[in-house]
Structures are given as structure tokens and as C-alpha cells.
Write a protein that binds this ligand. Structure first.
Ligand SMILES: *Cc1c(COP(=O)(O)O)cnc(C)c1O
Length: 448
């Protein structure tokens, strides 16, 4: 473990019932001010956060295993990031890159062109959110290929805007009653080793999918396929080896733009800068957001220069896209990630956490699968002796962990996946303590 510097004490300390009185009072104000459709997975209100802890408004110090959904990989208030933000904000918070451009945007683009897989000529465009990046990757792919159809996969999550709802698989809560959805989106089977036929290889799964694409759509109509190299909201599904490379090879041979949605997997999370590197795939376009800027809203697409430069001037952009403060935060965040070797730290976290989860899976009968890479790890909760998902038990485990001061997120098409997404700068001690709490929550849930 590198020597991480912290501003807040890195300890779990629960001083009230959770939620405490101040959080409860805020929840009351919220219910008459904030639309009911916005959910929060944890009922405590944050006041401070640093490294591996979130301190709430009642003074409780919680261990953070969610990182704001894989965003605050360098911590939620890393000194280098907050200094860069303050310095940039002192000069200008906005001019609009489409009006009066500035260096920060160019510098982030240069960084991403270097950092993303492949040494081909690349171009980058910056946006505000992951969904916006995905939308724009599809816009580019359609324009550049002159084709319209797009393939997305089972269990996929790509966002909440109209086009990205269409790409997202799960209906509740993301899509139900929000249609009509964008046309020319086709959903195909992915590789899900825990739930696929036993022995199905990644290559075989990909060939089955390709055969369906050829029969139902045709490569002549297909502009792009978009896939998360490890699926996020869908359940941290890691495809069998060979699945992604087989799809990439077919896409290349058929003038289909291969888009890797690395909004959740990107920026050191999986133990490499990008999850695509694990099997050496080189996407035509890569979408990025979450971990990019230490918590500041920023998103990007980086891809083949011939694709990105095919778009007419003025065809891509947005008022806030590549905001200068967010760009300054991104530059600082990437420097911190390099300095602290956070890809290496993500692998260390896997080395610490995975054996604990695997041992636990051998001990209780409600863990069907342990999977993931780097600091993107998950366990799938099932009814004992079956592969039947148990979302109620999953919820109970997360609630029990929270009551003990550990913030843990769930996900999955079936709502039965507990996912670990700690800040990469979490200390070994804190991670270890969180895992002990989680293990105890699982043991007690399994007994109940
Ligand atoms: C979170 C996420 C998105 C959407 O990002 P937003 O910033 O919430 O719009 C898209 N794709 C993946 C893989 C994600 O995890």
C-alpha cells in the first residue's frame, strides 16, 4: 500500500442510531422539496468525506465501499484535486469551449488519447455525464458508418436519457412507463458465466450472438455495438475470456464501430487504466466518466480519429461540456492516480478482498458467485442450493452492513448482487474492517 495522506480520521465511528436526528430532519425537508423519483440508497446525509470514510451530519463516520458509484477513486476531497479546483475557479469557472476555448480541455483530450488502449491516432470530445458520452458515441458511429442499427446487450446499463434508456436492459426502475424509446436498438445475449450453460466458452457465446446479429439485423445495417467490458449496474458480470475479443474481431471485419462503455470500469478501477486492457482489446470508441475527475462532473469519448473527425463542425458539443473546473480536476486526478499507482492499488484491493469473499462463499450457502476484477468486486446472493436470486436477502445484508457503519451498494438485473467499489485510496485496515462487518452481516442474514 502506498503512503496515502488523509485529512479525516480513517475510522468507523457510530455515535447515533442510523439515520441520526439531523439526517432524519433533512429527509423530512427533502420529501417536500425533492421529487420522489430520485432515490438514495443510504438514508444518511453527508457532511464531509475523505479517503475511505464519509462523515454524516450527525457525526457518524462510515466506511465507504461505494465511492459514490465508482467516482471518488482518489477520495472525495483529495488535496491535489481540491487545490486544482480552487485555483481554476479563482480564474474562470466557465467561458464555454464552443465560444472561448481554453487549455484544460485540450490537455484532458491529450491525456485521454494517450491513456486509452491502442496507439492509433485518436480524438476526444468532453461532456458532462456518462449518458451524454454514450449518446455521442452512438451519434458518431451512425454518422461515420452511414448505418443506423445499434446492438446493446442483456444486463447492460448505459444511462437514463432517452437513447440510453433504450440501450439499458433493466426496465424497473430505469425505463418503466418512460417510453417510447429510441428506435433501431437491438438487444443481444452477453456472456454471463455463472448463469450460462456450463462449459460455454466466451468465444462460443460470442459466435452465438454474432449469428443472431447477422440473422436479425445484418452487418450492413449495424452502425455499432456497445458493451461494458465488465457490466456495472447489471451485476458486475465479467464475460468469459474470448467473448470480447471475438466480438471486436467481427466488428472490425464488418465496419461495425465497437464502443466500450468504460464509464464505470475506467480509470484504474479494475486494476488497469481501462478494463479493455485485460484481454488486449482496442475499442473504436471508448466512453468514460465516473472516475475521471475525482468527483467533478466530466465525461468523455475517445476514439479513432477517422471516426471522430468525420463529424461536421458544430455537430458535437454542449454548453458545459469539458467545464474548465472539471478539466482541472481531471488533470489533477490523473496525476494522483499515476503517482500513487492506483491501478496497482486496485489489484492489491482484489488481493485483499477476494480471498475473504471466496472463503465466505465456502462457509455460507447464500453466495452463488464471487467475481470481478481489481476494486470492482461482487458477490451474487441466491437461495441456498440453487441459482435463484435472493434480492430480499441482498437488501437485508446491505441494510445490516449500513447499520454497522459500512456503506455498501447493491446492483444486478435481479437485485441480488452486493458490489464493492471502495475508493482506491482506502487503507488496508479500513478495508479489512469493512469486510469483517460485511462477512458478519452475511453470516447473520444466512442464519435468519
Ligand atoms: C453510470 C453509468 C452510465 C451513466 O453515467 P451518468 O453519468 O450517470 O449519466 C453509463 N454507462 C455505465 C457503464 C455506467 O456505469
Amino acid at each position: 500500500m502506498a503512503d496515502f495522506a488523509y485529512r479525516l480520521a480513517q475510522k468507523r465511528n457510530i455515535v447515533t442510531a442510523l439515520p441520526g436526528p439531523r439526517s432524519s430532519a433533512l429527509a423530512t425537508r427533502r420529501s417536500s422539496a425533492v421529487a420522489a423519483g430520485v432515490g438514495s440508497s443510504v438514508p444518511v446525509y453527508a457532511e464531509d468525506a475523505d479517503g475511505g470514510v464519509i462523515v454524516d451530519v450527525d457525526g457518524n463516520s462510515l466506511i465507504d465501499l461505494g465511492a459514490g458509484i465508482a467516482v471518488t477513486s482518489v477520495g472525495a476531497s483529495h488535496a491535489a484535486v481540491t487545490a486544482a479546483v480552487a485555483e481554476q475557479a479563482r480564474h474562470f469557472t466557465h467561458t464555454c469551449f464552443m465560444v472561448t476555448p481554453y487549455e484544460g480541455y485540450v490537455a484532458v483530450a491529450e491525456e485521454l488519447n494517450k491513456l486509452t488502449p491502442g496507439d492509433h491516432e485518436k480524438r476526444t470530445v468532453l461532456f458532462n455525464s456518462g449518458a451524454e458520452a454514450v449518446e455521442n458515441a452512438i451519434k458518431v458511429a451512425r454518422l461515420a458508418t452511414g448505418k443506423m442499427a445499434v446492438v446493446a446487450f442483456d444486463h447492460a446499463y448505459h444511462g437514463r436519457t432517452n437513447l440510453t434508456m433504450a440501450l439499458t436492459a433493466k426496465t424497473m426502475p430505469y425505463k418503466t412507463n418512460f417510453g417510447p424509446f429510441a428506435p433501431e436498438i437491438y438487444r443481444m445475449p452477453t456472456s454471463y458465466p455463472y448463469r450460462d450453460a456450463a462449459g460455454l466458452t466466451g468465444e462460443q457465446a460470442a459466435l452465438q450472438t454474432i449469428s443472431q446479429i447477422e440473422k436479425q439485423i445484418g452487418a450492413d445495417s449495424l452502425a455499432a455495438m456497445i458493451i461494458e467490458p465488465i457490466q456495472g449496474e447489471g451485476g458486475f458480470v465479467v464475460p468469459a475470456p474470448g467473448f470480447l475479443p471475438t466480438l471486436v474481431n467481427w466488428a472490425k471485419a464488418n465496419n461495425v464501430v465497437f464502443i466500450a462503455d468504460e464509464v464505470q470500469t475506467g480509470f484504474a478501477r479494475t486494476g488497469a487504466w481501462f478494463a479493455s486492457e485485460d484481454e488486449g482489446i482496442v475499442p473504436d470508441i471508448i466512453t468514460m466518466a465516473k472516475g475521471i475527475a475525482g468527483g467533478m462532473p466530466l465525461a468523455a469519448i475517445t476514439g479513432r480519429a477517422d471516426l471522430l473527425d468525420a463529424v461536421h463542425a458544430g455537430g458535437l458539443g454542449g454548453t458545459y461540456g469539458g467545464n474548465p473546473v472539471a478539466c482541472a480536476a481531471a488533470i489533477a486526478t490523473l496525476d494522483v492516480m499515476r503517482e500513487l499507482d492506483l491501478p496497482g492499488r486496485a489489484r492489491e484491493i482484489e488481493g485483499l478482498a477476494k480471498p475473504v469473499l471466496q472463503a465466505l462463499a465456502g462457509e455460507v450457502d447464500v453466495i452463488g458467485d464471487v467475481r470481478g476484477r481489481g476494486a470492482m468486486l461482487a458477490i451474487e446472493i441466491v437461495k441456498p442450493g440453487t441459482t435463484e436470486p435472493d434480492p430480499a436477502l441482498t437488501k437485508a445484508i446491505a441494510a445490516e452492513a449500513l447499520s454497522q457503519g459500512v456503506v455498501i451498494l447493491t446492483c444486478g438485473t435481479y437485485g441480488n448482487v452486493i458490489r464493492l467499489l471502495p475508493p482506491l485510496v482506502i487503507s488496508d485496515e479500513l478495508l479489512d474492517e469493512a469486510l469483517t462487518v460485511l462477512a458478519e452481516a452475511i453470516r447473520s442474514a444466512a442464519r435468519a
